[in-house]
Write a protein that binds this ligand. Structure first.
Ligand SMILES: [Zn+2]
Length: 263
């Protein structure tokens, strides 16, 4: 099983003040896994349609977060650069359906899309507060949703649900969104990778004690739908990292240094 770490969306948010308040540069860290029966993509970043029509992401997002929207950064372009076609991606697993994670779904219309049921419910029927974060146009093509129920299995003390075979699990980490999860993928050496999505944003947040630039701390608090759960899950990830760093490589969706360390 070969793993590729991809950046499917560079972002340069305003107000970073040279990295003191927030990182100058964020990535959309996606994972492409060559499995025996097809390709699995974990998260999709921004897609072709976002690049062609950034207005669908909303003016406040484009002006504040400043996505690069480089066609070469789409997952589709990177899948093709590896010699594959869109149809070779049989499965997509999403940590959640925020606009910077779901943009590429339409580039792989034949793929099954694995998602926690609560997250799909939030995206399809958002509350007033949730409405700005989801872009319905990103799933207007009608994805083949594979809605996964509440976790019944145990994975390093976390509840988990098997999404594919015994090597791809959804690990509920709610708080950032209603049905946010991590996606655990077995490494070729038998250990695990955990794509922790937006459960933390800065690599120093997984250290004990955690550290995070002030602006990023505020941003996470404001963006979370359940801050208590978000902070609780972040603490559990810290404990997992402290106890099992050799067995489980944890990375977040947006930290550029974690991506650089893995590529
Ligand atoms: Zn995100």
């Amino acid at each position: 099983m070969t793993l590729h770490h991809l950046n499917c969306g560079t972002m340069r948010p305003v107000g970073s003040f040279g990295g003191r308040i927030a990182p100058e540069h964020l990535v959309a860290h996606c994972l492409l896994v060559e499995r025996p029966d097809g390709l699995l993509l974990v998260d999709t970043g921004f897609g072709t349609a976002d690049v062609l029509d950034p207005s669908r992401l909303g003016r406040p997002f484009v002006a504040g977060v400043r996505p690069a929207l480089d066609p070469a950064e789409t997952a589709l372009a990177q899948v093709r650069a590896l010699g594959y076609a869109a149809g070779d991606v049989t499965d997509v697993a999403v940590t959640h359906l925020d606009l910077d994670h779901a943009g590429g779904l339409a580039d792989f219309p034949a793929a099954r899309v694995h998602v926690l049921g609560d997250e799909l419910e939030a995206a399809l029927h958002p509350t007033l507060r949730e409405r700005a974060r989801y872009v319905a146009a990103q799933w207007a093509h009608g994805p083949r949703w594979e809605r996964h129920a509440v976790a019944g299995e145990e994975w390093f003390g976390f509840g988990a649900v098997t999404a594919l075979g015994d090597d791809v699990l959804l690990v509920p980490l709610r708080g950032h969104t209603r049905g946010h999860c991590g996606v655990a993928v077995r490494r070729p050496d038998g250990g695990w990778l955990l794509h922790a999505g937006d459960s933390y944003f800065h690599t120093d947040e997984k250290q004990t004690p955690p550290h995070v630039p002030a602006g990023l701390a505020v941003f996470q608090r404001v963006m979370g739908v359940d801050d208590l759960q978000r902070r609780h899950n972040q603490e559990r990830l810290r404990e997992l990292h402290a106890a099992h760093a050799d067995d489980v490589t944890i990375f977040s969706a947006h930290d550029a240094s974690e991506l650089a360390a893995l590529t």
